[in-house]
Ligand binder design. Sequence first.
Ligand SMILES: Nc1ncnc2c1ncn2[C@@H]1O[C@H](COP(=O)(O)OP(=O)(O)OP(=O)(O)O)[C@@H](O)[C@H]1O
Ligand SMILES: [Mg+2]
Length: 585
Amino acid sequence: MVRRILKEVKEYKAASIATPLCMIVEVIAEMLIPYLMASIIDKGVNAGDLNHIIKVGGLMILIAAIGLIGGLAGGVLAAKAATGFAKNLRKAMFERIQGFSFANIDHFSTAGLVTRLTTDVNTLQMGYQMALRMMMRAPASLIVALVMAFVINSRIALIYLFAVLILSLVLYLIISNAMKYFKQAFPKYDALNESVQENVSAIRVVKAYVREEQEISKFKKASQAIYDIFSKAEGTTVFQMPAMMLTVYSCILLIGWFGAKMIVSDTLTTGQLMSLLAYCMNILMSLMMVSMIFIMFSMGSAAIERIYEVLEEKSTIDNPDNPVYEVKDGSIDFTNVKFAYNKDAKEDVLKNINLHIESGETIGIIGSTGSAKTSLVNLISRLYDVTDGSVKVGGVDVREYDLTTLRDKVAVVLQSNTLFSGSIYDNLRWGNENASYADCQKAAEYACADEFIKRFPDGYNTHIEQGGSNVSGGQKQRLCIARALLKSPKVLILDDSTSAVDTATEAKIRQTFREKIPDTTKIIIAQRISSVMDADRIIVMEDGQIDGFDTHENLLNNNKIYKEVYDSQMQGGGDFDERAGKEEE
Ligand SMILES: Nc1ncnc2c1ncn2[C@@H]1O[C@H](COP(=O)(O)OP(=O)(O)OP(=O)(O)O)[C@@H](O)[C@H]1O
Ligand SMILES: [Mg+2]
């Protein structure tokens, strides 16, 4: 897992390797200085040898300068390596997410993906930067300082060893306690982001339902949860500093005590005592750093796990090895199709579907809410794969096509559609980026969008806000249809795409389709029977099964459901779902 993540270091490998080396240079310089200091005091100051002081002093300056350069270079390189690593990780994750199928997206929540891309990557970036700088530095400086201390005076060095052991134990207890909390923190970020994301993207709905209070309290709860966890975690880590300080000062006291005695008995020089005190600080600081590294690791490992999940998520829909690049015609065949969103689901959403649609036919699909109309058509452009059986377009199994080819030739206007910020022209060209202005205008005419676009002061250059919030529901639907038409598809699927368009305009769109794109297979899902009445044939969906598939006249005579809905809609102008209510009476 870690190896997979580290693969993304890529071009920053050199900086990642150079950083610890620079840090080692810094450590060596740092360790030599107290040693030289001892020499200055003992051989220079105490012996009154000015020459020695100047010589060794000069050397000290040189070494300090080298250490400084090492430290600076290490810092810069570490920052570069870590930010570069984070950049690569984000890019890799983003690309992975773009390759996700609908089923993959169902698996992760959008908010979860956002947290993984932002907070988790940031945490890892910080951890990586610190690891590069500290990983070699802290243990190296700990060991070197201990060794130097033993070289100078092994009896006093024993005090250090003892202090190190005690402090390690204390730090271990503190950290293992804190780690527990850090691991819980990330899922809480998901909740926070979910609250923010949901609220901000649906702020209009929140306002319409006057749900501000509830949304604020939901946010507060998520925010409070993170506060609680972090204050608990930090609450345990605050003991780190006092514990360390207590040990440092105890050591200094002990060294002062024993050192003074040794100086009196002439087994230790003043200079040596000075450098031992300097090493004391070094040793315990390094230990502190090691403990920080552990904390960083525990936070990092939670982040790594979550990033890894995204990077290693296998897209459930992939391009086949030898894909077919041409869709012959718009004929569609379903053979014994079964489909479930979730493999473990007890009941299939689509059960045993068999149907054949000729190329160029206009097919209406009608059925109550949740009868799996959307699920049925989603299989045609391979937004989901069948669980069993096969779906063919132009005589070839959809799983054998190149995905781009298939989705270009099978254009879907999704039930919940969206426009993107940009001009109308930009939005239409989503369907086909090479479409000329004339092409766009033609598609808009077919979709009856031309009339209202022309009325806008800026026409086709009118700016669409994010999500298409500045056009009406019906206008948005017509723009989405025009966008799909620009693909010049062989199969065009409209999933409830004219529900907000008035009946007269809707009829006009259908009429244009019949005249202008006769070879395209048109599948129209609708709630109103009037929307599908004039189709060549109509599928009546009921509870994941095809209840009837025939012309309007035949269905009226033979299909009970169809007849009931027709009657209710023609009399009261009611809609499909009112049938359910009527039956219960
Ligand atoms: N992404 C999904 N994950 C899991 N279950 C889903 C998903 N989408 C739909 N379902 C379930 O599949 C069933 C069929 O849904 P589908 O969207 O196909 O109905 P529909 O006929 O299009 O309804 P409507 O008329 O409301 O659009 C429903 O029971 C629904 O709960
Ligand atoms: Mg639907």
